[in-house]
Design a binder for this molecule. Structure first.
Ligand SMILES: [Zn+2]
Length: 56
């Protein structure tokens, strides 16, 4: 069984796979960090999102 890359659709097992899961949601698989960052850029997932820690 192979898992397609979320970004480029090639089987992630052929590369050095990276897995991302949002909360308890579905796991997304990527060939490597290059596909992961390209996906994030394309989807604009980091726009306006920043992990800001505030003490109060
Ligand atoms: Zn890929």
């Amino acid at each position: 069984m192979t898992t397609p890359c979320e970004y480029c659709d090639s089987p992630v097992e052929h590369h050095d796979p990276v897995y991302v899961r949002e909360g308890e949601g579905e796991e997304r698989a990527f060939c490597n960090y290059a596909c992961l960052t390209s996906y994030v850029d394309d989807e604009g997932l980091t726009t306006g999102n920043c992990c800001r820690w505030s003490p109060s």
